[in-house]
Design a protein around this ligand. Structure first.
Ligand code: HEC
Length: 279
């Protein structure tokens, strides 16, 4: 009775203790949650003890059955002396060695034919079984992707994420915050855009045709990256330079503007006379 009382007191005191002692977990737990956790811990401990006790009971029962069995059918003395390790590996006692001897003999060396332990056979046939399961799952029923397919799926996903990121990044670029790029890839993409959309009016080398020369220091609308970006984005429609913001995204405009910057001072042949003011 006294012991029961102590346990009851302890259980009643636990929540109070849990509420007063703030564990340094960094978790913001409410007093109710803390109380719950303590009860769960105590309950878990009880369950563990119960489990251990039932295992013990089971083990005792099994050993009893084994002992009874031995009483009923007594086994040869050697068999009982085997250690658990020898039994685990199905080793035969020394007295039975003669039965295991193989016929052949070489230079007085004799060989024993010990049986393969059960656990080894389980592993061995297990791998064969697994290989059949593997074959069916991966190559016959196609239930799961192969490593190469998994890799491709991940690359595709990463590609989509990259594009999404670039779109977000591109959308954030405008004439107030654009910075010139010197990345080789960006310049190459800028050159491609230039050749596709701009060379007809500004010349293959930027020497100028209908549109002004883009290689000299003279600019009608400014020659820094922000001015270039603005001119390309909004155009100068009344003078024949269209707005490109529908065809090109901000990243592409930045790239082509950066490419134009690389044309500065290249002095191409047949250059159009300077227009605008020197900058
Ligand atoms: C249909 C012909 C045409 C095409 C195509 C064209 N432009 Fe132009 N561009 C012009 C004209 C004309 C001007 C001069 C506008 C003015 O006089 O104000 C001009 C001006 C410019 C300027 C300003 C130059 C300065 O001196 O300030 C830039 C930069 C420019 N274009 C870049 C481009 C880019 C980049 C493309 C391709 C995406 C492009 N242009 C495509 C005709 C064109």
């Amino acid at each position: 009775m006294k012991k029961l009382k102590i346990i009851a007191l302890l259980l009643a005191g636990l929540p109070a203790w849990a509420q007063t002692s703030q564990p340094q977990t960094g978790l913001d737990l409410s007093p109710e949650e803390q109380t719950l956790i303590v009860y769960y811990a105590v309950g878990g401990a009880f369950l563990l003890i119960l489990l251990a006790a039932s295992l013990l009971v089971m083990a005792t029962a099994i050993s009893l059955i084994i002992r009874l069995n031995r009483e009923i059918n007594p086994q040869p003395q050697e068999e009982q002396k085997l250690s658990w390790w020898e039994r685990f590996n199905q080793l035969k006692p020394l007295s039975k060695e003669k039965e295991l001897l193989l016929e052949e003999e070489f230079d007085g060396i004799l060989e024993l034919n010990n049986p393969i332990p059960f656990w080894f056979n389980v592993l061995f046939y297990g791998t064969i079984f697994m290989s059949i399961v593997y074959l069916l799952v991966y190559h016959v029923w196609d239930l799961a992707p192969l490593q190469a397919q998994e890799y491709e799926q991940e690359v595709k996903l990463a590609e989509i994420q990259r594009e999404e990121y670039l779109k977000k990044f591109a959308a954030s670029i405008d004439e107030t915050n654009v910075e010139p790029t010197t990345e080789a890839n960006d310049i190459v993409s800028g050159k491609q855009i230039y050749m596709t959309y701009c060379a007809a009016c500004h010349g293959q080398l930027g020497e100028g045709k209908v549109g002004p020369n883009l290689t000299d220091k003279f600019w009608l609308h400014g020659g820094d990256i922000k001015s270039l970006f603005k001119t390309i984005k909004y155009g100068v429609p009344e003078k024949g330079m269209i707005s490109w913001q529908k065809q090109l995204n901000p990243l592409q405009i930045r790239n082509v503007a950066s490419y134009i910057l690389t044309l500065q001072g290249t002095n191409p042949p047949n250059a159009k006379a300077p227009e605008g003011t020197e900058m």
